[in-house]
Write a protein that binds this ligand. Structure first.
Ligand code: GAR
Length: 203
């Protein structure tokens, strides 16, 4: 039985695409059963539609509070029978309620080596800071923004003459490898969380 995934997006959806591509291999231990976007115009929805995956648009502006919106999303995820929720460029803060409801069943990808550079405008701040290395992180989600046990990180160099776009592209290429790899580890049951640290067991 494959692990069922719900993927939450807000925009381009290239990380969603990397999960769709990985799931198209018959040995991949997870399948996407639902894609939710909070933006009707998110280009990433097309990747889901082309792959025949159910899509739902939930406009957060139509809900009286963050928690009401999160409860509506949660109800849809429950209906889909997904066992893991993957945030893939979902650019809305989640309520503590949602993080608790999906505790250890909710993961995120972020374009920095967390805990460094939480939040937005990551690559701009990376350039300004003068660090020589950046990267990406896949992590379990906790109520505090961009925090939680780290599953996988990949590093890339920051090079002379870099621009935000150049760094973003270099990091994104790693994101597209890390996200399917993290999902695979979870689906194979090879992760444990001990004292808020991820422990990976052997194959
Ligand atoms: C990715 O770089 C992802 O790491 C980032 O948004 C981009 C979405 O791209 N997420 C965050 O910054 C979350 N804090 P995509 O829509 O092409 O997957």
């Amino acid at each position: 039985m494959k692990l069922k995934l719900a993927v939450l997006i807000s925009g381009r959806g290239s990380n969603l695409k990397s999960l769709i591509d990985a799931s198209s291999h018959k040995d991949f231990p997870a399948e996407i059963v639902l894609v939710i976007s909070n933006k009707q115009t998110a280009p990433g929805l097309d990747f889901a539609k082309k792959a025949g995956i159910a899509t739902i648009i939930l406009d957060h502006k139509k809900y009286p509070s963050r928690e009401e919106f999160d409860k509506a999303m949660s109800a849809e995820i429950e209906k889909s029978s997904a066992g893991l929720v993957c945030l893939a460029g979902f650019m809305r803060l989640l309520s503590p309620w949602f993080a608790e409801r999906w505790h250890n069943k909710l993961i995120n990808i972020h374009p920095s080596l967390l805990p460094a550079f939480k939040g937005i405008d990551v690559h701009k701040r990376v350039l300004e800071s003068g660090v020589k290395t950046t990267g990406c992180t896949v992590h379990f989600v906790r109520p505090e923004m961009d925090s939680g046990p780290i599953i996988i990180q990949a590093e890339v160099p920051v090079l002379p003459g870099d621009t935000e776009d150049k760094i973003a592209a270099r990091v994104l290429a790693e994101e597209h490898k890390c996200y399917p790899a993290a999902v695979k580890l979870i689906a194979e049951g090879r992760l444990k969380i001990k004292n808020e640290q991820v422990v990976i067991t052997a194959d």
